[in-house]
Design a protein around this ligand. Structure first.
Ligand code: ATP
Length: 303
C-alpha cells in the first residue's frame, strides 16, 4: 500500500461514552479509488467511527491521521446525520454557499448537480424539499471541493429505490476518480455490486476488513455418510485430505471446500467413498449468502 492511497489512517482507536464502549481498538485505513461499505447492526459503532474520522468527536484512545489532500482539494468531506441546509435559501444558493466555502468552481457544482440528480429543484427553497431531495442536495454539497475521502452515513435512509440506484452510480463514479468513499449501512446487501471493500463492525470492533467479494467464503459440499459413530466420517475425511481436498469433519458430517471446480470435487468425493466402501447418504452443494456470512461472523463474535 502506498501512503497516498490512504487519506486517513486509524490506529487502535477506541471511544467510550461512560460505560459504553462504542468503538474498540479499531485500526482501519480506507483506500482511495475504492468504495468501502461500513456495515453493522444498529448500535455497532458506525456513526461514532465516522464522527471520529471527521474530528467531530475525539477518540478516548488511539490516533487518527488525516493526510493533507494530494491534489490541493479537501482532505475529507462527510454527510453525517440529517442534512444541514439553509431552509430559507434556494438549492442553488445553498450550493453556491458551499462552493465558496470549499473553493470549488462552477463546473464542479454542475457536475455535483448532475451526479445527485437535483437539476429540477435548483430554484426551490431547501425548506420545501422532501427528505429524500434534502439528502440529495446534501450529497451534492459533500462532493464539492474534490475530497480525498468522502464519508456518507446511512445515505440511503430517505431515498426511494430509483434514487438508491443513482446513489450507487454516484459513489462508483466518485471512487473511480480516486476518492476513498466510505458508506455506512446496516444492510450488507445494499452495497453488493458497488462496494469494493467491506469493514464489518460489531460491538465497536472490526470483525472483517477486506475485499467485499471475499467476505462470503467459497461454496462448500456437505457430505454425510452412513453409520452413527463417526468412524466412517473420520475415515472419509482422511481419504479426501489425502487427495488434497480441503475437507473438515463437522457436527453433521464433512464440509469440503468447492470453489471453482465444485462438480469435479463432488465426483472425487463420490468415487473415493465408493472405492473405500463408504456409504454416502448426502452430497449437497451449499452456496453461502451474504446474510449467512454476516450472521456467522456476528455469531462468532458473540460466542
Ligand atoms: N453521544 C453519545 N452518548 C452516549 N452513548 C452514545 C453516544 N453516541 C453513541 N453512543 C452509543 O455508542 C454505541 C454505538 O452507537 P453508534 O451510533 O455509533 O452506532 P451505529 O452503528 O451508528 O448505529 P445505528 O445503525 O443505529 O445508527 C451505541 O451503544 C450508542 O448508544
Amino acid at each position: 500500500m502506498v501512503e497516498n492511497d490512504t487519506p486517513v489512517v486509524l490506529d487502535t482507536v477506541s471511544k467510550r461514552f461512560g460505560s459504553t464502549a462504542a468503538v474498540q481498538s479499531v485500526s482501519w485505513a480506507p483506500l482511495r479509488g475504492q468504495v468501502t461499505a461500513l456495515v453493522g447492526l444498529n448500535g455497532a459503532g458506525k456513526s461514532t467511527l465516522m464522527r471520529i474520522v471527521t474530528g467531530l468527536i475525539r477518540p478516548t484512545e488511539g490516533t487518527v491521521t488525516v493526510r493533507p489532500s494530494r491534489d490541493g482539494g479537501r482532505a475529507l468531506s462527510a454527510m453525517i446525520e440529517a442534512p444541514a441546509l439553509f431552509n430559507g435559501l434556494t438549492v442553488r444558493r445553498n450550493l453556491e454557499m458551499h462552493r465558496i466555502l470549499t473553493g470549488a468552481d462552477a463546473a464542479e457544482v454542475a457536475r455535483a448537480v448532475e451526479l445527485a440528480q437535483i437539476g429540477d429543484v435548483l430554484k426551490r427553497r431547501a425548506g420545501t424539499l422532501s427528505q429524500g431531495y434534502r439528502q440529495r442536495v446534501a450529497m451534492a454539497q459533500s462532493l464539492l471541493g474534490s475530497p480525498d475521502l468522502l464519508l456518507l452515513d446511512e445515505p440511503t435512509n430517505a431515498l426511494d429505490p430509483e434514487a438508491i440506484v443513482q446513489l450507487r452510480t454516484m459513489i462508483r463514479t466518485v471512487a473511480d476518480e480516486g476518492t476513498a468513499v466510505v458508506v455506512s449501512s446496516h444492510q450488507l446487501r445494499e452495497l453488493e455490486g458497488t462496494a469494493d471493500a467491506l469493514a464489518l463492525l460489531h460491538g465497536g470492533r472490526i470483525l472483517y476488513d477486506g475485499p467485499f467479494d471475499s467476505f462470503v467464503g467459497p461454496p462448500t459440499l456437505r457430505v454425510r455418510v452412513a453409520g452413527s459413530d463417526g468412524a466412517e466420517t473420520a475415515r472419509l475425511t482422511a481419504l479426501l485430505r489425502e487427495k488434497q481436498i480441503d475437507a473438515a469433519q463437522t457436527d453433521d458430517g464433512i464440509r469440503a471446500v468447492a470453489d471453482l471446480a465444485a462438480d469435479s470435487i463432488a465426483q472425487q468425493i463420490f468415487s473415493t467413498a465408493v472405492k473405500a466402501d463408504i456409504e454416502l447418504i448426502e452430497l449437497t452443494h451449499l452456496a453461502p449468502t451474504l446474510e449467512e456470512a454476516f450472521h456467522v461472523a456476528i455469531a462468532g463474535a458473540r460466542s
